[in-house]
Design a protein around this ligand. Structure first.
Ligand code: ADP
Ligand code: MG
Length: 335
């Protein structure tokens, strides 16, 4: 890279000499390879996620929140597997080496990395259209990883935290919906700085039968669980829409939708929005107390939104059990 120079850039922003690398990391940034040493008897869980400018984020987004989000979406995959974060690599294409961008980007990245004890151990840096690809590595006890294939008829379906606010923020920024400034700021934070549910994922090992993180929309990501488990599901739309944190901001005093964001649009954000990086997971009713204990110990609210049944497909009902029809599409880059 011109300007700062590729190696000066790496040394200044991505190498942190003298810092402990954490368990499992023998050698970090600076050599041809990093060296990692799994804890004896543990498995490594590995996942990559790429963020492309103009597709996953606005080119002028605050670089600090972008550094956070690039790692958060990766940690979210470890969370969905019930894995403990250990290390990550960062492949970065940058149009130019600007300290005003690199400094806050690396600060946002490392703040989240340090909060999870996840060490940056290597990567690649090249000039090109802004593109951030992270690969995370975590540890999981053999046989305890939460998979998409474990849901069974009779299981309850739960979602962590709040859902749909990221999509609603995007719709507001695109002029398709309106929220008061304070409500928009909250929703926008959900879009730009998602919280990976790592502690919940760890706490659900041995309790949840299946899990996935909601990156492309609830129905789509739950759909992967259904397909890979060979089961069907019924979702209560009224429970689902209660997951929208902005609901309080878009309903009137009596909880009726009477604002610029109609019920159908709010429901679409919850069912198909994505980008909230919550966990959707299943557990048998006999584990309901254990699910609440996991929620409590990890400080993460969870809400039951439906149940799994034999067969296939996804049924959406209201509180009266009446079937709702709709055409909610999850995000698909190639659709
Ligand atoms: P190589 O030429 O062997 O691929 P590089 O010269 O690209 O290695 O990188 C030098 C060192 O800096 C390597 O240890 C590599 O892992 C690390 N590195 C390069 N880019 C990044 C980055 N964006 N973040 C962290 N480490 C990086
Ligand atoms: Mg290289």
């Amino acid at each position: 890279m011109a300007g700062l120079g590729e190696f000066a850039l790496i040394a200044r922003y991505f190498q942190r000499p003298g810092r402990a690398l954490g368990p499992g990391v023998v050698l970090g940034v600076g050599d041809d390879c990093a060296l990692v040493q799994p804890t004896p008897g543990m498995q490594w869980a590995v996942s990559s996620d790429m963020l492309v400018s103009g597709r996953h984020f606005f080119p002028d987004v605050d670089p600090r929140t972008l550094g956070h989000k690039a790692l958060a979406v990766n940690l979210s995959d470890l969370a969905a597997c019930g894995a403990r974060p250990r290390a990550f690599t960062l492949a970065l294409a940058l149009p130019e080496a600007r300290p005003e961008w690199l400094e806050p980007f690396s600060e946002g990245l490392f703040a989240l990395a340090d909060a999870h004890g996840c060490a940056l151990i290597g990567g690649d840096t090249t000039r090109g259209p802004l593109n951030i690809c992270i690969t995370v590595m975590g540890e999981v006890v053999p046989g305890q990883a939460l998979l998409r294939s474990g849901a069974r008829a009779g299981d309850d379906i739960y979602v962590s935290g709040t859902l749909g606010d990221a999509a609603l923020a995007l719709q507001c920024l695109q002029g398709k919906a309106q929220l008061a400034p304070a409500a928009l700021a909250k929703a926008r934070q959900r879009m730009e700085q998602p919280t990976p549910r790592v502690a919940l994922g760890l706490a659900l090992r041995g309790t949840a039968t299946a899990a996935a993180d909601v990156s492309d929309g609830l129905l789509g990501d739950l759909g992967h669980i259904l397909a890979q488990s060979g089961v069907g599901a019924t979702i209560n739309a009224d429970s689902a829409i209660s997951l929208l944190a902005a609901r309080a901001d878009i309903t009137g005093a009596r909880g009726q939708f009477d604002s610029e964001v109609p019920y159908a649009q709010a429901l679409e954000c919850v069912l198909a929005g994505g980008d909230d990086y919550e966990l959707v997971f299943t557990a048998p009713p006999s584990q309901a107390t254990a699910v609440q204990a996991a929620a409590l110990s990890s400080g993460t609210p969870v809400t039951r939104i439906g149940h799994i049944h034999a067969g296939s497909g996804l049924l959406l009902v209201n509180a009266n059990g009446d079937r709702l029809q709709g055409n909610w599409k999850s995000f698909d880059h190639f659709a």
